[in-house]
Write a protein that binds this ligand. Structure first.
Ligand SMILES: Cc1cc2nc3c(=O)[nH]c(=O)nc-3n(C[C@H](O)[C@H](O)[C@H](O)COP(=O)(O)OP(=O)(O)OC[C@H]3O[C@@H](n4cnc5c(N)ncnc54)[C@H](O)[C@@H]3O)c2cc1C
Length: 437
């Protein structure tokens, strides 16, 4: 069947076949990884479709099943490991037009999956609520893409990761069975779809819990010593009375060399903490800054500015100055592991910590910057981290399991067997699917 025939079958639905647009809408931020860059740069969809509503999504699902055409979902394409890049061509379904807010009330939002997180957050703040957590690129990222391929961000120090129970309440899905249908998952069942790279179902609607919105205050605190900055970050994170949204620590020379916008708030050779806290926490934070020999150099209430120097924006900014920099995603769990790895790698792995709440406990995670020399050296660094007690969510692979703990997620696999029996959704990303059963 030709491309024209498929377009004919999808008549009335927006389709894109222009080569330049196909290239743009087939790729994401995979180039943060020199390894993925080589593997993925030439991958392209044959056709991009932009449905406006769920019935158009159902029609696309039917064509994909009847014609056995691969179907890969795309939010805004801000993922970092090729999650939305089609490995085998076929159709890319761009959710950008599925962007309605279905309902918004105190503590709760129900939305279409392609809504931009920035837009939803803005609407929620008008009624005194906000998203519980946002990636640093939240203005552009979709909520469906964050659930399908993201993990956490500002807010994770209080609410944990996106997949922690109670953050997402329900997901409405379209299946790719012989007769595609709509179904809704609630409660713990939704874990089968969360962070599954769109390999087992199309999310069309999402119900999320919201957080009370604060008039946030941003702060930069500078330190001569990185480990003092890290201890300060842990102390703020441990302080339950300090209402907070962001605790980021950037080891020297990240801020001084790569974040020019912070220049006037830094001192020579410094590490720094970037914080978003409630304005009523200021005295408590000042006390802690004194205790750890930090100096507050910037303090301002909204509009927000610091978020775009944190999480994976730090990597983006560093790479805009030095293309040989790449990154890791680490769970250090404690400061002893941080200190050991800091001393071991020094300038080769520049420390960038993000504190998050994991199973009720505030811990240091990180997105350290790596001066890339070779794939072999990168793998040695990853292995050394693992041997030292850190977990690495490897951002240099597009395989779902290898980007996590390496284990097969049986719930996600079972759902794929049920809802995508022909293996058409994002083929090649879930390793478990290719293992005979
Ligand atoms: C500068 C920068 C900063 C970032 N900061 C963060 C951060 O702070 N925290 C973080 O977690 N991530 C971060 N990311 C990674 C990425 O932005 C997030 O994962 C983001 O939320 C993805 O949203 P998206 O709409 O771009 O999704 P996409 O990249 O388009 O898709 C992500 C995955 O979800 C799947 N998907 C998309 N829509 C659906 C759907 N409707 N149903 C089922 N599956 C679907 C796709 O197939 C793909 O596998 C950052 C990336 C960049 C480039």
């Amino acid at each position: 069947m030709s491309l024209e025939d498929i377009e004919q079958e999808l008549c009335g639905i927006e389709t894109i076949t222009d080569a330049a647009l196909l290239e743009k809408l087939s790729l994401d931020y995979y180039h943060f990884s020199p390894i993925l860059e080589q593997q993925l740069k030439l991958k392209r969809a044959d056709l991009v479709v932009r449905p406006k509503n769920e019935s158009e999504v159902l029609r696309i699902a039917k064509v994909s099943v009847e014609r056995r055409i691969p179907l890969t979902l795309r939010g805004s394409g801000t993922g970092n490991y090729g999650q939305c890049i089609p490995l085998n061509g076929g159709i890319v379904l761009d959710t950008g037009n599925l962007n309605d807010i279905i309902s918004l009330s105190a503590g709760l939002a129900r939305v279409e999956s392609g809504i931009k997180m920035g837009a939803l957050d803005r609407h929620a703040r008008k009624i005194g609520w906000e998203l519980r957590m946002i990636p640093s690129i939240y203005h552009g990222a979709t909520l469906g893409g964050f659930i399908g391929g993201g993990s956490g961000g500002a807010g994770s120090i209080t609410y944990g990761m996106i997949w922690d129970c109670g953050n997402v309440l329900s997901l409405r899905l379209v299946s790719l069975e012989d007769e595609p249908r709509i179904l809704e998952l609630r409660g713990k069942e939704i874990a089968q779809v969360m962070h599954a790279y769109g390999t087992n179902a199309i999310i069309t609607e999402i119900e999320v819990a919201l957080a009370p919105a604060y008039p946030w205050l941003e702060m930069v605190v500078v330190f001569e010593d990185f480990m003092q900055a890290a201890r300060f970050g842990q102390a703020i994170s441990n302080s339950d009375g300090i209402v907070k949204k962001l605790v980021t620590i950037l080891g020297y020379p990240i801020a001084t060399d790569y974040i020019k916008a912070l220049e006037e708030y830094l001192i020579d050779d410094c590490s720094c903490a970037l914080l978003i806290i409630s304005p009523w926490a200021i005295e408590a934070v000042e006390d802690l800054a004194r205790q750890y020999q930090g100096q507050i150099s910037y303090s301002k209430s909204e509009p927000a500015r610091l978020l775009e120097f944190t999480w994976n924006h730090t990597t983006l900014l560093a790479r805009s100055i030095d293309k040989d920099i790449t990154y890791l995603q680490a769970f250090y769990y404690n400061l002893e592991t941080v200190e050991h790895l800091y001393n071991k790698f020094q300038d080769e792995v520049m420390m960038h910590l993000e504190f998050v709440r994991l199973h009720g406990k505030p811990i240091p995670t990180g997105i350290p910057l790596v001066r890339y020399s070779s794939e072999q050296r990168l793998n040695e660094i990853i292995q050394y981290h693992r041997d030292s007690g850190a977990s690495i969510a490897n951002p240099h692979t597009y395989i779902l399991e290898d980007g996590g703990d390496g284990q097969i997620n049986q719930g996600q696999l079972n759902l794929k067997r049920q809802l995508d029996p022909h293996g058409l959704l994002n083929p090649g990303k879930m390793r478990a699917w290719s293992i005979p059963f």
